[in-house]
Design a protein around this ligand. Sequence first.
Ligand SMILES: Cc1ncc(C[n+]2csc(CCOP(=O)(O)OP(=O)(O)O)c2C)c(N)n1
Ligand SMILES: [Mg+2]
Length: 796
Amino acid sequence: MADGIEILRELEKKILWLASWTIHNANHLRENSDGLKVGGHQASSASLATIMTALYLDVLRPQDRVAVKPHASPIFHAIQYLLGRQTRERLETFRGYRGAQSYPSRTKDLDDVDFSTGSVGLGVAQTLFSSLVQDYVRAHGWGLSRPEGRMVALVGDAELDEGNIFEALLEGWKQGLRNCWWIIDYNRQSLDAVVREGLWERYEQLFKNFGWDVVILKYGSLQQAAFKEPGGERLRQWIDKCPNQLYSALVFAGGTAWRKRLNDEIGDQGDVSRLIEKRSDEELAALMNNLGGHDLPSVLEAFHAATGDKPTCFICYTVKGFGLPFAGHKDNHAGLMTPAQMEMFRQAMAVRPGHEWDKFEGLTLPATNLQKFLDKVPFASDRARRLSAPTLDVPESLPVTMQPVMATQTGFGALLNEIGRGDSGFAQRIVTTSPDVTVSTNLGPWVNRRGLFAHQAMADTFKSERIPSTFNWEFSPKGQHIELGIAENNLFILLSALGLSHSINGERLLPIGTLYDPFIARGLDALNYACYQDARFILVATPSGITLAGEGGAHQSIAEPLIGLAQDGLAAFEPAYVDELAVILRWAFAYIQKDGDAAPSERNWLRDETGGSVYLRLSTRPVEQIERKMTSELAQQIVDGAYWLRKPGPNAQVIVAYSGAIAPEAIEAVGLMAEDRRDVGLLAVTSADRLNAGWTAAQRARERGLVHARSHIERLLAEVPPHCGIVSVLDGHPATLAWLGAVAGHRTRALGVEHFGQTGSLAELYRHYGIDTNAIVAAAQAIAPGRPIRHLKALP
Ligand SMILES: Cc1ncc(C[n+]2csc(CCOP(=O)(O)OP(=O)(O)O)c2C)c(N)n1
Ligand SMILES: [Mg+2]
């Protein structure tokens, strides 16, 4: 190990150099630089150089997974470079087009990032949920031939201000979290400031309260040795009392300043003075900067000592910018080394000009020894850290017992209930989850059949006490529903972890999460990051819109259809009928498993073969169902995003395009107009999102010369005469469908909901917001002039 420590020390130096050079290169040297400087990396990275060296080059195993603090990405990339998993070219284009990413990215980086970070707090929680998912998978008897991994987060101390971390912490405690390490980079600096005194004590208590072990790495081995010298105890007391601001300032100021301050405050001409005097300025600075988190032996010892599976929080004292000229300065977050400072750093590192990217340049140990060491690094012993799992066959169709009048939410519950009856491999891999709205989003029947997941079996007391209850809430390691507390961030981060199981655990899951539609906004960033990681899941949101009337104004959702339209990696649907939902859900189970060709289909210009996640915006409104045969053509159109419920004639003056639960109003309006407007058409839009994406892609293809490219909506609207108007309507923001007019230049009036919070009956609310039958007719009359539509009533 002594040898090992020397090698690690050398490599740590090299890693800090490479990370600093990467940033310097991106800022000062890269040609065609647009003048935008890279901030927030240099100091922030340096703070974790020691800890990450210890982890990646010694402690971690291939099965371990890490969420790296966003600003430590240059250190991460430098380590991967040394391990031969990152290219020089990508480091040279750090933060540039197709270069190494400023924040580690699972999808954009090529050097094996486990979790994308960038939005602080989310990566931290992701490790916790990944650990729960690993337990879930293994409890179901899958993936047992592979060793259990540890989920590790490198956490900025200011990152702990993010509330989602505490939401996760509580959930982890409830679910019996194991195998999770959170390593806090306690540099006592955030972006703007130096953090409050004594935060570590709050953290310590907090983590202990949630059943974690807490390991504090405060003093490095130099300091520990010095404390044993005569006068050492005085020095320790002084360090313990020193405020964060002052310590940082002295780190920045260096040896002379340390000496003056220490002599002023504890210099007694006796033991302590001797302890201080014995050391040169440089040695004194090295001693005072030797905090636990920068001391390889202490860091290694602490990590290796944590052998059990208990979740463990390491509070590591560090210096932001350690080893760099602006170490400790409170303004250093976006600090960059000047070319002159970099030159000094280069000399200190003995790196010759032109050899900046050489792996072992300037190191004292022989290159062959260093390379031999790197070749044996346990973490890198298995190149295939990213796993895969076969796709599961999805039934040709999903059966459902139709009732004449039915809400899509009821349909969803019935569909899952049917799936839950069978015990196909497909049904076994479904895992559902919900933040305390399991029953109210209609997952109850499924949960009754498949049970809830927990490490230990727990009977339903109501059942054992023979008290009648609709729900049989039994927990067991085989259960297939993970019940969460009310925290939508947790829902999305858990979905993200479940939806990466094929890649992380080599075992595919088919995750479904349910929540109330308006609360998508509560966890939106976590949803975005789940999609960004390319996690695969189905999100089912009910109730939605103002159609939830009885639920009250405070639960209305307006912007969610636009989120569905805009969110990358998420295909959004808003069906009106349960037979549509059955088709879409079946498609979704296959779609979330795809990972194929990125070329768009020539039929709809969508890139379905690449797969993605799915959002189903459903409703609690019972709607009269249409009795019809589900032909394969109709099913295809439902999945593509729209179909004619009533085809417009050649002389159509107006068409109505609707989405979702407002279908009865749209149908009624078309009926009422029929006598006074010719050939009225009715377009059922099942996915504004997919229609829009196909349209955009087809236009782009045409602009690039593929003159015959046509999207699904273009084909549909090609049948509509140019003078015809479009009235679009949905229970959501009108912009969701307003773009339909731009497809072929039809005059359009977009109806929808723009204001929040009104309560009332469904009829009152539809009237109030102008999406009822009469409002549709009025809009049609206004944009498709002709004789007065006789059923039109005056608008309020
Ligand atoms: C959700 C979110 N809000 C704000 C930011 C901008 N930001 C990036 S780093 C940072 C402060 C980080 O401080 P700390 O976690 O202590 O890391 P250090 O820089 O000290 O290493 C902030 C506010 C962000 N990345 N994500
Ligand atoms: Mg910090």
